[in-house]
Write a protein that binds this ligand. Structure first.
Ligand SMILES: *Cc1c(COP(=O)(O)O)cnc(C)c1O
Length: 459
């Protein structure tokens, strides 16, 4: 192995691809806290969840014990259209940084939706179809999740209703048209189609919407139309399970060449790509087989891990969804309009929150302009135009590689490159024009959301 040259891109053959998802919860000594009913403050049962989610996805959500979950044949078939995703050795970046570190990135942007979200979209659409449902509803902010879900629904012949935050609907017409091309109906939120939308519009005429409001509309439509369920693209345990395909492929590719990572880095919005990337490595760590440094990178403008509280909170601003125990800034927190749309959620995956709380991973925050400097450097060096979300991981990978240049250590650094930035050119335009700003909330600003957490369960 030693003298075998590592290729620029490590691909897997079809027969090397993972056949099971890996459920990291099975190896956690302290399990993530259960979802809780906001009315009774008791754990949500499968029956409580069934009006909202598909049955098989509820089972996955509640299953803390099954380690390996077989990936259904139909999903494996869909994965083959765009997977395996390449694990790239960033030779050009290493050269440019003059670092002895070996840098690898797992590139999830090689599909039309442009991100890793398709890995869970196809799974969620598949289980809805298998249950005999007519369609699914969801919200989308920046548009990546809505696009991925539209693609999955088109493939399976499922109806797809997307509630898109109005400001994005207007500012990102191209995303909207991709979704419509794949057959989804896209409604700007708040809309006049739902009770909650009408109520919000009456109270706040002219509002440009929020993710929380779009979630509330999508949930209302799912629960009031027979044959529909609601699906969510991040945060939930089931989404991390599906995204484990990222980490499993990464590990198989590294093992082929005997490479052991020292540091694994990912951006964190709701935690799904990072959770998926690290799952098999975290499993080894939890079982005491190996140790890795694992770093979550979040925007300084929406710092759930680094400045949030570990507590039960609502997942939506409409406060109709179950409570989840997670690092949160409060469901009432409204992040400043930064450009990493996919990282603007106030909370964090309960699985990652527990792992972070137990000291099994680290978290850092990065400011927007520094992130775009890293994005530009990466685009000019490795050729790929990265998504602003992904560029948070790039920034910290570069920082760690620079430290290696100082110490002379040849560490193996692996990071998740979650997507491409073709739909984020307004952000790049601001960066290029020098008009991009950094907003870091003050303690007083954060206190508003943090002091308004719901009553905490006592079990
Ligand atoms: C949605 C998104 C993210 C953040 O979501 P996670 O659930 O934290 O992974 C990161 N990168 C891209 C490109 C996205 O679309």
């Amino acid at each position: 192995m030693e003298n075998r040259k590592i290729p620029y891109k490590i691909y897997l053959n079809e027969d090397e691809m993972p056949k099971n998802w890996y459920n990291v919860r099975a190896d956690m000594k302290v399990k993530p806290a259960p979802l809780v009913n906001p009315g009774t403050l008791q754990p949500m049962t499968a029956a409580d969840l069934s009006p909202v989610f598909c049955d098989e996805l509820i089972a996955q959500e509640l299953d803390n014990d099954t380690r390996e979950v077989p990936i259904p044949e139909e999903i494996l078939g869909f994965y083959k259209m765009y997977r395996p995703s390449p694990l790239v050795r960033a030779y050009c970046l290493e050269e440019k940084l003059q670092t002895p570190a070996h840098i690898y990135y797992k590139f999830e942007g090689n599909n039309t939706s442009g991100s890793h979200k398709l890995n869970s979209a196809i799974a969620q659409a598949y289980y809805a179809k298998k249950q005999g449902l007519r369609g699914v509803t969801t919200e989308t902010g920046a548009g990546q999740w809505g696009t991925a879900l539209s693609m999955a629904c088109a493939y399976l012949g499922l109806d797809c209703k997307v509630y898109m935050v109005k400001v994005s609907y207007e500012q990102k017409p191209f995303r909207r048209e991709v979704m419509r091309t794949y057959g989804a109906s896209v409604t700007p939120s708040p809309s006049m189609e739902t009770n909650v939308g009408r109520k919000i519009l009456a109270e706040h005429p002219g509002t440009t919407g929020s993710l929380g409001c779009a979630i509330s509309e999508a949930v209302e439509v799912a629960t009031s139309n027979p044959g529909y369920r609601y699906v969510l693209g991040s945060v939930l345990n089931q989404v991390l399970l599906h995204q484990s395909v990222i980490g499993l492929e990464t590990k198989i590719a590294l093992d082929k060449y005997g490479i052991v990572p020292d540091i694994i880095i990912g951006c964190a919005g709701g935690g799904s790509n990072l959770g998926g990337l690290i799952s098999p490595f975290m499993g080894e760590k939890l079982r005491g087989e190996r140790d890795y440094r694992i770093i979550a990178v979040e925007p300084a403008s929406c710092p759930s891990f680094t400045r949030g509280k570990f507590a039960y909170d609502f997942c939506d601003t409409g406060m109709i969804c179950p409570l989840a125990k997670m690092y949160t800034l409060g469901a009432g927190f409204i992040p400043s309009p930064n450009h990493a749309g996919g990282l603007r959620f106030h909370g964090m995956s309960p699985v990652l929150s527990q792992l972070y709380h137990d000291g099994l991973m680290e978290a850092v925050s990065a400011e927007q302009t520094a992130v775009f400097e890293a994005a530009e450097f990466f685009a000019r060096t490795e050729g790929i135009l990265p998504a602003p979300e992904s560029s948070h991981a790039i920034k910290v990978a570069i920082d760690e590689a620079k430290k290696c240049a100082e110490t002379g250590e040849a560490k193996n650094i692996v990071f998740g490159l979650t997507g491409t930035g073709y739909f984020d050119l307004v952000a790049y335009e601001q960066f290029n024009n020098g008009t991009m700003t950094d907003h870091i909330p003050t303690d007083e600003e954060l206190a508003v959301g943090l002091n308004a957490l719901p009553p905490q369960p006592t079990f």
